[in-house]
Write a protein of this length. Structure first.
Length: 256
């Protein structure tokens, strides 16, 4: 799991961002939060997160100054900024600092998730470049640097979860031996690729069910051709049937 930091001077926004990160289904954990820039710098040094999501305007040290200073502490981390103000001078400074993305408040799951994916992709690219220089001369068949490929495969899974994704497909994309990839994925992510893919599909299914969509349609949308099997998987993992989850999410009777 990648570590994420969330900084904003409004506690409710920090809490809300944490909920959205969890709902995104991405392999991220909120490692630290702060309500002002000075505390944020302390938290960055202590927890060293891979991704930093910060408001532009905060007391103590503003978001961009924070990023300027944080870059010296965490040169390989990816930074995202958010703001309720359309301040293009701030945006220009952010681009100069190579911030991955600029999010306008109110931030939603639909705007946050792709921004987090871009941040993860940047991390993977940076690690790949670093690994090229780190690999010694010689014939290591499977370099440890391939862990960066896992992050790219995770991004692929989030983009193609509705398709029939096999271990062989992922192995071909990463140009790895399937058995090696299976072990590497589990070691890096903490679960098998099947369990991870299932988790992504179910998180997306919950979004569609909460909107009131029918179970059979949701099953196909998230990659299950057999809606009966989808119901079984959903009940096993969530403790509720899809219809029960929809009813609970909407506060009324759901449709099958």
């Amino acid at each position: 799991m990648l570590k994420l930091a969330i900084f904003d001077d409004e506690p409710i926004i920090v809490q809300g961002m944490g909920i959205l990160v969890e709902r995104s289904g991405l392999p991220l954990t909120v490692a630290c939060t702060a309500l002002n820039g000075l505390t944020a710098l302390e938290q960055l040094s202590l927890h060293r997160p891979e991704i930093v999501l910060s408001d532009i305007r905060m007391p103590g040290v503003d978001g961009l100054t924070l990023i300027e200073q944080a870059a010296a502490i965490l040169p390989d981390s990816a930074f995202l900024i958010m703001s309720g103000y359309r301040d293009f001078d701030f945006v220009k400074r952010a681009l100069a600092l190579r911030v991955v993305d600029y999010l306008e408040k109110p931030v939603t799951l639909e705007t946050l998730t792709p921004a987090l994916r871009r941040a993860m992709s940047q991390l993977g690219a940076q690690q790949s470049r670093a690994s090229v220089h780190a690999i010694p001369e010689g014939p290591p068949a499977e370099a440890p640097a391939n862990r960066a490929d896992i992050r790219r495969l995770i991004s692929y899974i989030h983009q193609h979860y509705s398709e029939d994704i096999s271990l062989g497909d992922l192995a071909d994309l990463a140009e790895m031996n399937p058995a090696y990839l299976s072990n590497l994925f589990k070691e890096t992510v903490g679960m098998s690729y099947v369990k991870y893919l299932t988790g992504v599909r179910l998180e997306q299914a919950k979004v569609f069910l909460a909107r009131g969509e029918r179970t059979s349609a949701v099953a196909k949308t998230v990659g299950y051709a057999d809606d009966k099997y989808f119901r079984q998987v959903f009940k096993k993992n969530e403790g509720l049937t899809p219809s029960e989850y929809r009813q609970k999410a909407q506060g009324k009777d759901g449709r099958s």
